[in-house]
Design a protein. Structure first.
Length: 205
């Protein structure tokens, strides 16, 4: 369950605010919030499992996501390598990173929609993509059409049907809601910084 969420979040965390044909390089910071629908699933349990904040590092051909807790401790990181179409996940409890094929998705899609939205994030108007699975789970992604990134590098990213997301949105999400039976996780962009990133940041060793 945690792997599905982490991989989905990572795969969507790219950003561009430059010209329409220039990819953004830099960092986007998110706050993580939770809603629990069951008294036996307290918020602190979700915070311990997923963290309370995240940073996404983006460089053409690469993405890295780092999840942290309340005290700033790192929970996990993940790197997506577009040339290999693989995601490399490292949990704090395991000294060795593991790789996953990003071209596979076993969950069956129930519906996929792209619609207008009145919601704004960081002063940007958005549209919303909703991806619903037959198992009952649901993901919603708010993105701004004013932010562009070339979707070509994601055309083989079939995990979580993200290739379809990129084909439609051509933009990273600014807000993400992941609905499960007993809880909802919410990611909201708080800060975006354009900066040059060293390739070593994306090492999977």
């Amino acid at each position: 369950m945690i792997r599905i969420f982490v991989l989905t979040v990572l795969a969507l965390l790219t950003f561009s605010h430059a010209s329409a044909d220039e990819s953004f390089e830099g960092v986007i910071k998110y706050k993580i919030e939770f809603e629990s629908y069951h008294e036996n699933l307290p918020i602190h349990f979700l915070e311990e499992g997923f963290g309370t904040s995240a940073q996404a590092f983006y460089k053409p051909g690469y993405m890295k996501m780092v999840f942290t807790g309340k005290q700033g401790q790192e929970h996990a990181w993940e790197v997506y390598v577009a040339s290999e179409n693989k995601q490399f996940l490292k949990m704090k409890s395991d000294p060795v990173s593991v790789s996953h094929d990003s071209g596979k998705e076993t969950r069956r899609l129930k519906s996929f929609t792209d619609a207008d939205s009145d919601y704004e994030v960081l002063g940007r108007k958005t549209r919303v993509v909703t991806i619903e699975y037959e198992d009952g789970s649901l993901s919603k992604y708010w993105y701004s059409p004013s932010i562009f990134i070339d979707p070509a590098q994601f055309q083989k990213l079939e995990f979580s049907y993200l290739n379809r997301y990129w084909e439609v949105a051509k933009s990273p999400y600014l807000r993400h809601e992941w609905h499960q039976e007993n809880y909802k996780l919410i990611y909201t962009a708080e800060k975006i910084s354009a900066e040059k990133l060293d390739d070593s940041l994306f090492s999977v060793e």
